[in-house]
Structures are given as structure tokens and as C-alpha cells.
Design a protein around this ligand. Structure first.
Ligand code: NAP
Ligand code: F7E
Length: 326
């Protein structure tokens, strides 16, 4: 019997990091996670995994910490999920976003080149790179037109991963993932902001919710389905880039319709206020992905549909808020 594989996950404390860690543990990997220093721990999403994984201190801004982490973990695979990932914040902290979300990727690749160039590398690319879309639906060959400092930083990460593949033969894959959500989604993203507010309205803890642009459309999937695609990409013979999406798009209004129906409210107009504070300097109006390459080459398809996702998030937030307010 061969030795079990090992993996280093950056961003293990985030939404995707926690689901990916669960998947790799299930597959008998030895899992290491890179964590940055914060004044209060951010281990909430991986609390249940702490005795099954090994955490290593490091930051995507600090090259030596990355090299040391790769040496310490000596992994077969690296999943680079760490990023300043909130699009709105990328206008307020554009340089930090460039440092972490953009240059952080080359620091990881330099780490691989220095320590062991056989390590397989997954880069968390994003549908935000398509921005002001040049075609519908978007696929691997669709030109990029990013609309935020975040999108621009992701384009850098994407191309530098391709460049290290072409320059040094590094097994690097870009997963161009469309929006994916879950009960573990950060509270500032629109889906979780809505599901949490609706749960609180249902429980009489809140009266209304303030949102920005209700007309933008997203191709929303379930994070648990999307981490499977990340793993599959690194198990192929050849490193390639893949779009991962459901192939359905819905507006924020559609999300509100289904989420409010879950608490038996049909007309939500009195509960939702529009607030210019949540509008963006430039918007991504419509995202819709074509994941047929992933279906064909990876045998990947999403298991959770849009309504199941919305219901899962609202139900979970009702449960959480009940516990919090007992
Ligand atoms: P997330 O919940 O915001 O998690 C981001 C992770 O990055 C956290 O673990 C965070 O650590 C870590 N991090 C931030 N700055 C860091 C630094 N300087 N050094 C080391 N770690 C740092 O994001 P997610 O939704 O799981 O997304 C995972 C990745 O996929 C991100 O790269 C994101 O940009 C990309 N992506 C996400 C989506 C989506 O819809 N979710 C779609 C496409 C691409 P702390 O806990 O300490 O903050
Ligand atoms: O916004 C609109 C907002 O912040 C979605 C990240 O994971 O996916 C995510 O980026 C839409 C936008 O996600 C509010 O204007 C309206 O049109 O949930 P979001 P995002 O910007 O699509 C991509 C693929 C990533 O890679 C990113 O890392 O919703 N919207 N009102 C609002 N958005 C927020 N956050 N808050 C509002 O009140």
C-alpha cells in the first residue's frame, strides 16, 4: 500500500478551506493548513477538525513564511485558497488586495519552485475575472474584463499560474469558480447577509434588511460541491484550467423571493431597503458559467440546486440564531 497523500491548504479557516479540509480528510490525506496571526483566532469553521489537521503559521504577504510552511508540510498538493476575497473591500484596500490576492500567488509558486517543483498546485481563480462579460455563458476561453481591484488581482494570479506551468513545467491548475455559497459563507456576502437577516426577521430579532443593487445576476452553487472539483483537477494527468459553475443564473431579487418564501412571506417589499452604501463603483451585472469541460474531463457536476441552497442557508441561520438568542 502506498503512502497517504498530503496537502497544504492556504485559507483553511475560510468557507472553502473548511469544506476542502473535510473532503481531503475523508480521502485519508494528511492535511496541513496555513494560518495567519490574528488577535483573536478565526478557527470557527474548522473547530471540529482541529484534532485531524496540522496548522502552520504563515501569511501570503511573507515569502519566507511560505517557504518554511512548504518545507514543514512537504505536501503532494497545495490548494491556494487564501485571499482578500470580498470584492467591495477591494476598492477600500486595493493595494492590500493586490498584495494578497495577486502577488500572494507568485509567492506560493516561488515557494514550490524553491522547495519542490513536483508539488501540484491549485489556484482559486474567479468568475470575477470575466467582469463586464464579453460573451454569455462564460467559459475557459472567454476574454477577461475585470471590474474591481479584486478581479484584477485574480487575473494576475491566473496568468502567473499559467506562466509558471509554461516556464517551469509546474503542475498548476486554475479553477475558475463561479459564486459558491453555504451556511459557512462570510456574513458580508449577499447570500448569507440575506439568509441571516431573514432568519432574524422570522424570529422577531430584526425588522428589515438594507441592500445595494438587487438586479445583478450570479451563477450560485454550493461550496461543498465546488471543493470536489478542486481536488479532481489535481488528480488529472495534465494540468489545465476549468470553469466550475451550475449553468443557471439568478438575480438578488430571485434569491430574496425564495428565501422569504421559506418563512412564508410572499411580498418582501416592506422588509428590504435599498442603501447606496452597498452599491459598488463598478458592477458585474451578469455571470453565467459553462462548465461543460469540467463535466466532460473531470466527470464533475453540482449536486445541490439553487432552491436547495437557499433553503439550506435560511434553515441553518434560523437554527443558529435560535441558539444564540436562547
Ligand atoms: P474566505 O471565506 O474569505 O476565506 C479566505 C481565507 O484567506 C481565510 O482563511 C483567510 O484567513 C485567508 N487569508 C486572507 N488573507 C490572508 C493572508 N494575508 N495570508 C494568509 N491567509 C489569508 O474565501 P472563500 O469564499 O473560502 O474563497 C476561497 C478562495 O476562492 C479565495 O481565494 C476566493 O477569492 C476564491 N473564490 C471564491 C469564490 C466564492 O464564491 N466563494 C468564487 C471564486 C473564487 P482569516 O480567517 O484569517 O481571515
Ligand atoms: O455580491 C450585490 C453585489 O459580495 C454579489 C466573492 O466570493 O463571488 C463573490 O463576489 C452581488 C453583487 O459576491 C449587496 O453588488 C447587493 O452584484 O455576495 P457578493 P461577489 O461580489 O459576486 C466571486 C465569484 C468571488 O470570487 C468573490 O471572492 O450582490 N449586492 N446588495 C450586495 N452584495 C453584498 N455583499 N452586500 C449587499 O448588501
Amino acid at each position: 500500500m502506498g503512502k497517504n497523500k498530503s496537502a497544504l491548504i492556504t485559507g483553511i479557516t475560510g468557507q472553502d478551506g473548511s469544506y476542502l479540509a473535510e473532503l481531503l480528510i475523508e480521502k485519508k490525506y494528511k492535511v496541513y493548513g496555513l494560518v495567519r496571526r490574528t488577535s483573536t483566532e478565526s478557527n470557527e469553521r474548522i473547530q471540529h477538525l482541529l484534532n485531524k489537521i496540522e496548522l502552520i503559521d504563515g501569511d501570503l504577504i511573507d515569502q519566507n513564511s511560505i517557504i518554511n510552511a512548504i518545507k514543514q508540510a512537504d505536501p503532494d498538493e497545495i490548494y491556494n485558497l487564501a485571499a482578500q476575497s470580498f470584492v467591495k473591500t477591494s476598492w477600500q484596500q486595493p493595494i492590500l488586495t493586490g498584495e494578497v490576492t495577486g502577488l500572494g500567488v507568485i509567492r506560493m509558486l516561488e515557494g514550490i519552485k524553491t522547495v519542490n517543483d513536483k508539488i501540484r498546485f491549485y489556484q482559486a481563480s474567479s468568475s470575477e475575472m470575466f467582469g463586464k462579460v464579453h460573451e454569455i455563458p462564460q467559459k475557459e476561453t472567454t476574454p477577461f474584463h475585470p471590474r474591481s481591484p479584486y478581479g484584477v488581482a485574480k487575473v494576475y494570479g491566473h496568468y502567473i499560474t499559467q506562466n509558471y506551468r509554461e516556464s517551469y513545467g509546474i503542475f498548476g491548475c486554475n479553477g475558475i469558480l463561479f459564486n459558491h455559497e453555504s451556511p459557512r459563507r462570510g456574513i458580508e456576502f449577499v447570500t448569507r447577509k440575506i439568509s441571516n437577516a431573514i432568519a432574524r426577521i422570522h424570529l422577531g430579532l430584526q425588522k428589515e434588511i438594507s441592500l445595494g443593487n438587487l438586479d445583478s445576476k450570479r451563477d450560485w452553487g454550493f461550496a461543498g460541491d465546488y471543493v470536489r472539483a478542486m481536488w479532481l483537477m489535481l488528480q488529472q494527468e495534465k494540468p489545465e484550467d476549468y470553469v466550475i459553475a451550475t449553468g443557471e443564473t439568478h438575480s438578488i431579487r430571485d434569491f430574496l423571493d425564495i428565501a422569504f418564501k421559506r418563512i412564508d412571506i410572499e411580498d418582501w417589499s416592506n422588509y428590504v431597503k435599498q442603501d447606496p452604501r452597498f452599491m459598488r463603483p463598478a458592477e458585474v451585472d451578469l455571470l453565467l458559467g459553462d462548465a461543460s469541460k469540467a463535466r466532460k474531463n473531470l466527470g464533475w457536476k453540482p449536486e445541490v440546486n439553487f432552491k436547495q441552497l437557499v433553503d439550506m442557508m435560511v434553515d441553518n441561520d434560523i437554527k443558529m440564531n435560535k441558539l444564540l438568542n436562547k
